[in-house]
Design a protein around this ligand. Structure first.
Ligand SMILES: *[C@@H]1O[C@H](CO)[C@@H](O)[C@H](O)[C@H]1NC(C)=O
Ligand SMILES: *[C@@H]1O[C@H](CO)[C@@H](O)[C@H](O)[C@H]1NC(C)=O
Length: 332
């Protein structure tokens, strides 16, 4: 019998059985588990740790956003095997107001409340968790946010949110092969490698190599990239740096799911889609040209992409890198 399960049932509280190395409530690299053979307690990491950036502008938005949270977290398969860590930004200070099911509530904790803030707060906590000495490099983390929480419940934002969340939490991403280290509904390589909508699953070993999300935007905004590369959305600068971050390292090995090539940027047409995990980018480069918009030709230059890797990480991509597959052109 697994100790953590008993703890959760007997005490109705995740925290009570949790190892909390830093004592700040933001750590907990694993849960205690009794090995039946040796009767020794050992750490066993949960299947995935989900970091959720929750934004609720005003108190009167709480009932509406609660439905959004329920819809997203109900997509968590096997919640007993997961941990959900929430940063709440804005009106909600107490997770009990989310009225989660007992099972989800047991697996969920508040990292912190902020009056205001942006996605990099939660990306930073996810990154810190992965950097923590002792976190298994194979450990899966998922990044979600309450997309569209300031819009009405139905409509395009709801389609986007379901499309993105159901990919990041899919069984395909939860069981991604070793050849992938980031997994999402869609990964788009131009005008800069990014995950449109920014929800994904990833391995800690890869995440730990990335620049601190709190410093990434500044790094992308520096003269080195800004001078010759054009508008922020063409480069992954400014607020577009959050979508670029998880794909910014030369060792990124993205996989994506959506078999239909109609969505590569902007908004997906449908909530649900046929999922088949493949190495990304999965289509020929011409398929992604639509995502160029006002950035024609941007991101197709091998020289520029390698220069950015050197600037950010002082590193060349490994031979498995997606960009070597005749994707980027020397001459562009
Ligand atoms: C990480 O943990 C290992 C094993 O506990 C220890 O030997 C090592 O010194 C630690 N490294 C850091 C940077 O704390
Ligand atoms: C791909 O998606 C588009 C837009 O939703 C749809 O019109 C088309 O039929 C889909 N193609 C396939 C092969 O399912």
């Amino acid at each position: 019998m697994r100790l953590w399960f008993l703890c959760a049932v007997a005490l109705g509280s995740l925290g009570s059985c949790h190892r909390d190395d830093d004592g700040d409530g933001t750590d907990g690299t694993g849960l205690l588990q009794i090995d039946e053979k040796t009767q020794k307690a050992r750490k066993s990491a949960p299947g995935a740790v989900i970091f959720y950036n929750l934004f609720i502008k005003t108190k009167k938005d709480i009932p509406r956003v609660r439905k959004i949270v329920h819809e997203q977290l109900n997509l968590v398969d096997h919640p007993l095997d997961k941990e959900i860590r929430i940063n709440s930004i804005g009106a909600l200070k107490d997770l009990s107001r989310l009225k989660l099911s007992k099972q989800l509530a047991e697996r969920t904790k508040l990292i912190a409340h902020y009056d205001q803030g942006f996605e990099e707060l939660t990306l930073h906590d996810l990154w810190s968790f992965c950097k923590h000495n002792g976190t298994d490099p194979e450990q899966l983390v998922v990044y979600l946010h309450s997309k569209g929480s300031f819009h009405k419940w139905k409509g395009q934002a709801a389609t986007d949110r379901y499309y993105l969340t159901s990919g990041a939490l899919s069984k395909e991403c939860m069981h991604m092969p070793k050849t992938c280290n980031v997994c999402s509904s869609r990964m788009t390589p131009v005008p800069h490698p990014h995950t449109p909508g920014n929800m994904w699953a990833a391995r800690c070993g890869y995440i730990a190599k990335l620049i601190d999300p709190k410093k990434f935007r500044e790094k992308m905004d520096s003269d080195f990239l800004g001078r010759h590369n054009g508008a922020p959305w063409c480069v992954g600068r400014g607020r577009f740096s959050d979508e670029h971050w998880v794909n910014s390292h030369p060792e990124t090995a993205p996989c994506d799911l959506d078999t239909n090539q109609s969505f590569v940027s902007g908004h997906p047409m449908t909530r649900t889609f046929e999922k088949e995990l493949k190495k990304a980018p999965r289509f020929p480069i011409a398929t992604y040209h639509v995502s160029w918009g006002e950035c024609p030709g941007k991101g197709e230059s091998l020289t520029a992409r390698l220069a950015e890797y050197r600037y950010l990480y002082s590193q060349e991509p490994p031979k498995e890198w997606w960009g070597w597959r005749s994707f980027l052109q020397e001459s562009k």
